[in-house]
Design a protein around this ligand. Sequence first.
Ligand SMILES: [Zn+2]
Length: 270
Amino acid sequence: MTRRVLVMVLGLVCLLAGVASAGVQRLYVLDCGRNIGKDQARWSPGVNEGKPIEFSDNCYLIRHDRGLLLWDTGVPDAVAAMPDGMVVANGAITYRRARTLAGQLTELGVKPADVTYLAVSHTHGDHVGNVALFASSTVLIQGAEYDWAMAGPNKPAFGPSATITRLAGDHDVFGDGSVTILSTPGHTPGHQSLLVRLPKTGYVVLSGDAVHFRDNWDHKRVPAMNVNREQTLASLQRIQGVLDERRAQLWINHDKPQSDGLRYAPAYYE
Ligand SMILES: [Zn+2]
């Protein structure tokens, strides 16, 4: 082997090693509140009528070698200072928060300005409660969701200098296939979920509110408040296809029993 060929081979090996180590480094699960529903049947028509249900509400911070992505922002941080929580939806739901999102990011050494991308599964109040904190981030949201939210009574308070990127379908966030926004409409017009490839954990789908808890997933139930039933069912089928294809885990954001089994920050998944 000539010296020149040896240098070329070594260069190729280094390049391949670099490619192999690139991608998602860590995924942190953050406690972004609790939703206490008075009546589970709001989400599961005809099932467990009149029974209360408690939802977890998570945010997820993904550290990639090309930047930070925050997925959802939970209920407003101000709720942490409200001893009785915040009552919404005409008394049907009470938000609670044990810890602020800002405080959890600080613990991780992350400032809001460090967050490259802010992506929201959708624009309901338990997901966009702290979007104003990320004044300089690039917001990744479906155009259909943005238009719907901005035409409604509860406009999300995106920072005035935030860059809004209007998506129209799936989106490869970092350009390497490791973090992909999946278009999963139905709960709202531009609802989206997130597919993450972790080097050790493997593929994980973060549900957003495509489904709210395990029993609804198992029975493919559609909450009455969803904007489109057929789209919801198609999105559930799509997620099932992704789980099968990627051998992925489904992390259902509001499923408290499942969330109770996850490692929260400062622990992380790799
Ligand atoms: Zn929700």
